[in-house]
Write a protein that binds this ligand. Structure first.
Ligand code: MLT
Length: 385
């Protein structure tokens, strides 16, 4: 039986995809084999000693200590694309929120409560304060063309916008699924020069932190509107506030508001609702459960952020799985052979400096053989399934 700890509320219907004979889920477990997490920060958490895997029910993994997990031989998964439609819908909604002053206008309407027959007169008189432009024919810059960025770009194109997408690491699959009329660039300056609206869909890394900041905003059109449904730190706080007060930026919609931004003119603050739909929560949980089950039961890896992908149908009684620094699969194969363990099938892969390999055998792995494997230079963790 594998014990799964859930941090945050994870969709029950998604978790129901775990085989109840083999997995037990709980919100309170001292020593879990795996964790499913949404947005809770794991950075200050001591990693449980038996931990084999962490699955992020979502795309961003900045709440997980990836390097620490890798050093301890813990596989970290995410669920790319599973919540992409939910985020896309809120981004498209925010194109209108940043244009048409809908939130400010709705709040103003509420101030008219109790004015009886005067309400309709005051509405007509006051509405000009909340006028805003249409998106038709305007240019949207999409920074990051992963699962969400592609959906946003295509939807905006469908609404009659021109779209310029920026992604220096654009995958062939993403390129193929983009509307062919969408311009793709590897130069971010092209986006700043052309865009009336800029929407961020890049992960938080050292190179994306503060991508919307004083310097880049100087290159943008006056009155540009910025949408941030990725992570707070992609936007420099001082830079956006000063650009809003000078009018350089006409409006900023953020799913990650900071204290300084709340109540600032032009800011629409949303409480991280991008992926908060029952459909997305279920999709993420289903994908996380599937990936965890396949890893824990069979040692297969799909959508891991720290281990290479590897999939091999289990073809014998026992599977030896090894997480390593670099590729030491040949040394592991030699050690198995020298212990008299005949390997029926094997596979190995490397991602950056992390290696992962599996060996199927009908022989029993003795304690001595296991100790030999663990002692091989470069081996981080060995697991026998
Ligand atoms: C993500 O990274 O996919 C989102 O932050 C998901 C969420 O809201 O949990």
């Amino acid at each position: 039986m594998y014990n799964i700890l859930t941090l945050n509320k994870i969709s029950k219907s998604g978790l129901a995809n775990f085989d109840p004979e083999l997995f037990s889920c709980s919100e309170t477990l001292a020593d879990p084999d795996a964790i499913i997490v949404r947005s809770a920060s794991m950075h200050d958490m001591e990693l449980p000693s038996n931990l084999l895997a962490v699955a992020r029910a979502g795309a961003g993994v900045n709440n997980i200590p990836i390097d620490k997990c890798t050093e301890k031989g813990v596989c970290v998964f995410n669920t790319p694309g599973a919540n992409a439609n939910a985020v896309k819908e809120l981004v498209i909604c925010s194109l209108f929120l940043t244009s048409r002053k809908i939130v400010a206008g709705a709040k103003w309407c509420e101030t008219l409560k109790g004015e009886g027959a005067e309400v309709s007169k005051k509405v007509e008189k006051g509405k000009s304060a909340f006028a805003g432009p249409e998106i038709l024919g305007k240019t949207l810059g999409v920074v990051g063309l992963g699962a969400i960025g592609v959906l946003v770009a295509n939807a905006a194109k469908g609404l009659g916008m021109k779209v310029v997408g920026y992604d220096p690491f654009l995958s062939p699959a993403a390129r193929a699924s983009l509307d062919p009329e969408i311009t793709v660039t590897a130069d971010l300056d092209d986006v700043f020069a052309a865009a009336d609206y800029i929407t961020l869909h890049a992960p938080l890394t050292d190179s994306t932190r503060g991508v919307i900041g004083e310097e880049n905003l100087k290159k943008a059109k006056d009155g540009v509107r910025i949408l941030n449904f990725s992570r707070a730190e992609l936007v420099d706080n001082a830079g956006i506030l000063s650009a809003l007060s000078s009018g350089k930026v006409a409006a900023y919609a953020t799913d990650f508001p900071t204290d300084d931004q709340l109540l600032a003119d032009g800011v629409t603050a949303i409480p991280h609702l991008g992926a908060s739909t029952p459909e997305a929560e279920e999709n993420c949980a289903v994908m996380a459960v599937k990936q965890l089950s396949d890893y824990l039961l069979c040692g297969n890896v799909k959508n891991s952020v720290n281990l290479p992908s590897l999939s091999l149908e289990k073809s014998a009684k026992v599977r030896v799985c090894a997480i390593t620094k670099g590729d030491v699969s040949a040394h592991i194969a030699e050690a198995l052979a020298s212990s008299g363990i005949e390997v029926k099938n094997s596979a190995s892969a490397v991602k950056k400096d992390v290696g992962y390999c599996v060996f199927d055998s009908d022989a029993d792995i003795t304690d001595d053989a296991l100790e030999q494997l663990k002692a091989i230079n470069g081996v981080i963790a060995i697991r026998i399934i």
